[in-house]
Design a binder for this molecule. Structure first.
Ligand SMILES: [Zn+2]
Length: 118
């Protein structure tokens, strides 16, 4: 179904957004109906190639829905980030570091503080 009609009733090719919306809706229906009977082993989750989210997940081998999420590695990854970047850590309080490890949220004014320190 790559053809749709515009307001004038003419047939036009669907856009990326149209096709993507159809894909998302169809996938949501499949994932809702699937019984998730075959589950993967734990694997790393990536948000882009070479960029781990820090989460470990198990997903359904049929519909790819995440059925289990392990965030314990995520906390370790954030702790490691703070350990590796002493410049950030120097400008954050202990409470802000703990908050970042727990939630992934940076202090809202951290970039301002970093700029002022240069
Ligand atoms: Zn499934």
């Amino acid at each position: 179904m790559r053809i749709k009609k515009n307001k004038a009733g003419n047939r036009v090719l669907k856009s990326f957004e149209d096709l993507n919306k159809e894909y998302e809706m169809t996938l949501a229906l499949v994932q809702k109906a699937c019984k998730h009977e075959e589950i993967s082993d734990w694997c790393d989750e990536w948000w882009a190639i070479g960029h781990s989210t820090g989460r470990r997940v198990k997903h359904c081998l049929h519909c790819r829905k995440r059925v289990e999420v392990d965030e314990s590695a995520l906390y370790n990854m954030r702790k490691q980030q703070l350990k590796n970047n002493k410049h950030w850590k120097k400008h954050m309080t202990k409470e802000e570091c703990d908050e970042y490890v727990k939630t992934g949220k940076w202090p809202s004014n951290l970039s301002k503080r970093l700029k002022q320190s240069k």
